[in-house]
Design a protein around this ligand. Sequence first.
Ligand code: TYD
Length: 217
Amino acid sequence: MTSTPKYGRFIAFEGGEGTGKSTQSRMLADALRKGGKVVKVTREPGGTPGAEAIRELLLHPPGEGWNARAEALLFAASRSDHVGTLIRPALAEGTWVISDRFVDSSRAYQGGAGGLGDEAIQALHQFGSDGMRPDCTILLEVDEARLSERLAERDGDTSDAIGGRSIDYHREVARSFRKLAEADPHGFRIVDGTGTPQEVHARILDELRPLIEGEAA
Ligand code: TYD
């Protein structure tokens, strides 16, 4: 029984808090399903029972919280479980996987804003997940004014241990994402996240057309 193996494609959404990644992940999944693909939507940190348990530790840390290295290790550990038990098996069955955040979040948050540097994060990812990369990473960007608005609006609510960090930290996250995307124009697509969800969705579909149509061919 030798049939040509069929692999799914792996698309990750990246960007700061409130840039619309979850909404766009769902809209993209619906569009791909309409086109006949089997699609799994997942998220990081999380996606599997083990990784969801680590998510809880990361976002609501016990005691004083984690030091920067421990935090990066926990993200890498949760990703290792996510990749090994969900993402790779799904792709091997021909399922398309859409993840709301992946390793570039660790590169931007822990590596960039957190000061650990890209080399350290890449080394952890190499060890934990064999350095797996998405077929395409969509970076959703909203401008700085909106970022400040969103962070200000959120003041006083129950933001988590990472979302609740300073405006300077989040500014650095945004700068780091852009640097990563500019350094790898083949792997990333930078998409303007302003406008209605439908407008942003249309931009994303435009960017992904070659990947989607290449698959249909
Ligand atoms: P989440 O509630 O999913 O945030 P959002 O809705 O903004 O995506 O919480 C995830 C938080 O974890 C978010 O602040 C980003 C942070 N994070 C990292 O710092 N490093 C990582 O590798 C990942 C995946 C997330």
